[in-house]
Design a protein around this ligand. Structure first.
Ligand code: PLP
Length: 388
């Protein structure tokens, strides 16, 4: 779209050129990866090549990558009592999740509602490890789910420390790395994750493709969500989304090459944006500012601001931002993430998320700041619609 400044990369990133080319090439070819003829084998090669690229992105083995239809499906697939290891054939009877997980984790997967418990976060947005430790101590063999970085605040979670606690208590750790991968280091072994969720469209692949990655072949998910033709080694039936998977692989390869320069690029622009924001509105609060955050995310609020109308006002100025998490219904609900951090209802209502990426420019940041200056002036005058 011409003359737009897109600041909603945590909702979805634009398709990378490499991914677009891979998608178009794969769509143009016939062939089912399960067929034995040359066309089938060619489709299989695309899928397996993508598996290698996605595995390399998180330092896993290709054999431990399972493609799904989304990050949501990968989370749903992972969160089941029927996860066994080579040494433990027992069911997991409890799911422990942090209070700031994405809706697809908060839904609890295949655990009965009464078997799911939450552990809290600190006011800075980082998980409370002491509370995790005591929750693990009260739950023999739990499955724990903790995201690597939060989609609203961008706050990076102490996953390796959490993994040590979970493993010492006989549990397994699932990590939703959907927002983190490609933006910060995400090595499944270094994190200590047993299972890791990825989504293609956050790194420049297409929407509707994800992956569940396991740490090693000893981890076994006993009850697939979708049964049928035995694709993805029995874990996810249905003819593979060859083009989407090929594009995911191309995006993974591209992000691996470009991650350090893209991180430096977004971080410099994000710093410039936050400096400008503070200069215009010294009273504006940036959530999680004191702890490690993703280099591309700013979630801020100002007293009296109404996020729903602020998002519309930004849109009219050619700036796409979001009010906390995107939600499919378009209905804005108070952020459970900020509520878990103990943010007051007045500030919670005004939280606006600005997320950047590799095509963001200095001019985009200036456009954003120009739009914010107008809004902040309207807010200071108590203009109806902007002010709550
Ligand atoms: N997990 C997190 C942290 C997310 O931010 C999202 C999407 O925004 C998802 C999971 C779901 O991924 P998908 O859109 O591929 O279903």
């Amino acid at each position: 779209m011409p003359n737009r400044s897109y600041f909603d990369w945590n909702a979805t990133a634009p398709l990378r050129e490499e991914a677009k080319a891979a998608l178009q090439d794969a769509l143009a070819a016939a062939g089912n990866p399960s067929s034995v003829h040359a066309e089938g084998r060619a489709a299989r090669r695309l899928v397996e090549h993508a598996r290698e690229e996605v595995a390399a992105l998180v330092a896993a083995r290709p054999a431990d990558v399972f493609f799904t239809s989304s990050g949501t499906e990968a989370n749903m697939l992972a969160l089941t009592p029927a996860i066994e290891t080579a040494t433990e054939k027992l069911q997991r009877d409890r799911l422990l999740i942090s209070a700031i997980e994405h809706a697809s984790v908060r839904a609890g997967g295949r655990f009965p509602r009464e078997a799911v418990a939450e552990f809290p976060v600190n006011p800075d947005g980082r998980v409370n490890l002491a509370a995790l430790k005591s929750a693990v101590a009260q739950s023999p063999r739990p499955l724990v789910s903790l995201m690597l970085a939060n989609n609203e605040t961008g706050v990076v979670q102490p996953v390796a420390a959490a993994a040590a606690i979970v493993h010492a208590g006989g549990g397994l750790l699932h990590v939703d790395a959907v927002q983190a991968v490609g933006r910060i280091a995400c090595d499944i072994g270094a994190l200590g994750a047993d299972l890791l969720t990825l989504s293609a469209h956050k790194i420049g692949g297409a929407t509707g493709v994800g992956a569940l990655v396991r740490a090693n072949e000893d981890i076994h998910i006993g009850n697939p969500l979708i049964r049928g033709g035995g694709q993805e080694r029995g874990l996810r039936a249905g003819t593979e989304n060859v083009a989407g998977i090929a594009a995911f692989g191309a995006a993974a390869a591209a992000v691996r090459r470009a991650q350090s320069s893209e991180t430096a690029h977004t971080l410099a622009l994000r710093d410039c944006l936050e400096t400008g924001l503070r200069a215009i509105s010294p009273q504006a609060l940036i959530f999680g500012a004191g702890v490690e955050r993703l280099p591309n995310t700013t979630l801020f609020s100002a007293a009296g601001l109404k996020a729903e109308t602020a998002v519309i006002a930004f849109d009219l100025e050619g700036v796409a931002v979001s009010s906390g998490a995107a939600c499919s219904s378009g209905k804005v609900q108070p952020s459970h993430v900020l509520a878990a951090m103990g943010v007051s209802p007045a500030l919670l209502r005004g939280a606006v998320r600005v997320s950047l990426g590799w095509t963001t420019t200095k001019a985009d940041v200036e456009t954003f700041l120009g739009a914010w200056r107008k809004l902040a002036t309207a807010l200071s005058k108590g203009q109806p619609g902007i002010a709550a």
